[in-house]
Design a protein around this ligand. Structure first.
Ligand code: NAD
Ligand code: TYD
Length: 357
């Protein structure tokens, strides 16, 4: 069946993997990538699909409601997969307003445009099953765990950072549009991703880049915080499965049962890089530098994805060691990409951010 699908934020890390999967796997779908190309959006992430006949890039800002309305009326999208967001917790601490604008206002603008195009309203008694607004969210909305327990789809929201507060707010709006206007929606909340095309401000690519350049590896606090890591292509596959099979109005948690303390992730990256670069064992670990902890740093995230595994049969395809191996190889073979994204404005920001640490 032919479908016109709008993917927002597909020039970013996860969005580029989702767009690549959909463009290649579903030739009868037309994929529209709407992206503002912020510091985190890079069309080089999509070079291998940019000339495909079922792919179109549109530069634009989801915060601009007039532009978004026109776009929906012009292209008459059947479905939306919404990933565009400000995504970095540290940036949300220094500039929360941008997170409110893109993550909250931008999401509501898209919901309004979809509601208008698909005739969803308070008068509707039934869900329209042809269309879908798929909202991609994070496990960080659930807050922080102690030493035990996992986030399920029933866990109450308890966000702590401006980033997670903005994502929680957008999730609530998506559910509100479902409950109030019968907008056909689905939400997934995923754990930390890693893999190719990850902007080197996040832990894994930042550490890989710094190991390569023999620069300090900043570990916040004591490195005891735990994250649940998932290879980005497995997230994209989960989004594909949920997009095609989930009941409208439902929520799915996505995660690989793969909890690691930050310090252990950094040590694994050091060992893997030392081997690949032919450096002496233990050489890169000497670069580890404990720095001031992040304000309001969530201690532990762990996702229970039983519902997704049982209902829709999704399971991660690679182990952490395999995924890290693939990721390290990709970063070592794509120096031009890294030099490109770590130069210019980003570099100025990056240097300012770690001054004095
Ligand atoms: P990213 O920062 O790499 O990419 C975000 C993209 O959105 C960029 O291409 C950027 O240019 C675009 N964008 C930002 N503001 C925009 C605006 N106003 N209008 C249009 N485009 C705009 O982010 P990511 O890591 O790929 O995350 C994608 C989504 O997945 C986000 O919604 C994030 O909350 C969610 N998520 C991320 C993770 C993770 O580990 N990275 C985990 C779970 C969920
Ligand atoms: P990050 O990649 O920013 O993702 P998130 O904050 O969304 O989980 O950070 C992952 C973990 O690594 C988090 O606990 C913060 C920590 N961290 C560091 O210790 N050093 C760093 O330089 C960065 C960027 C993160």
């Amino acid at each position: 069946m032919e479908k016109k699908i709008l993917i927002t934020g597909a020039a970013g890390f996860i969005g580029s993997h989702v767009a690549r999967l959909f463009v290649n796997k579903y030739p009868s779908y037309h994929i529209y990538n709407l992206d503002k190309l912020t510091y985190a959006g890079n069309l080089a992430n999509l070079r291998d699909i940019e000339s495909k006949s079922n792919y179109t890039f549109i530069k634009g800002d989801i915060v601009d409601q007039t532009f978004i309305d026109k776009l929906f009326q012009e292209h008459k999208f059947d479905a939306v997969i919404h990933l565009a967001a400000e995504s970095h917790v540290d940036r949300s601490i220094t500039n929360p307003n941008e997170f409110v604008m893109t993550n909250v206002v931008g999401t509501v603008n898209l919901l309004n445009a979809a509601k208008k195009l698909w005739n969803s309203s308070t008068q509707n008694s039934e869900l329209n099953t042809h269309n879908l607004f798929y909202h991609v969210s994070t496990d960080e909305v659930y807050g922080s765990l102690g030493d035990t327990g996992m986030f399920t789809e029933e866990t109450s929201y308890d966000p702590h950072s401006p980033y997670s507060a903005s994502k929680a707010s957008s999730d609530h709006f998506v559910r509100a549009y479902h409950d109030t206007y019968k907008l056909p929606v689905v939400i997934s909340n995923c754990s930390n991703n890693y893999g190719p095309y990850h902007f080197p401000e996040k832990l894994v690519p930042l550490v890989l880049n710094n190991i390569k350049n023999k620069k300090p590896l900043p570990v916040y606090g004591k490195g005891e915080n735990v994250r649940d890591w998932l290879f980005v292509e497995d997230h994209a596959k989960a989004i594909d499965v949920i997009f095609h099979n989930a009941k409208h109005g439902s929520t799915y948690n996505i995660g690989g049962h793969n909890e690691w303390k930050n310090i252990d992730v950094v040590r694994l990256l050091c060992r893997t890089m030392d081997k690949k670069l032919g450096r002496a064992e233990g050489e890169s670990e000497k670069l580890i530098t404990f720095v001031t902890d992040r304000a309001g740093h969530d201690l532990r995230y762990a996702i229970d994805s039983t519902k997704l595994q049982k209902d829709l049969g999704w399971v991660p395809s690679v182990t952490f060691e395999q995924g890290i191996g693939l990721t390290v190889d990709w970063y070592l073979n794509n120096e031009e990409w890294i030099n490109n994204v770590t130069s210019g404005e980003y570099k100025k920001y990056y240097e300012g951010m770690y001054e004095g640490r």
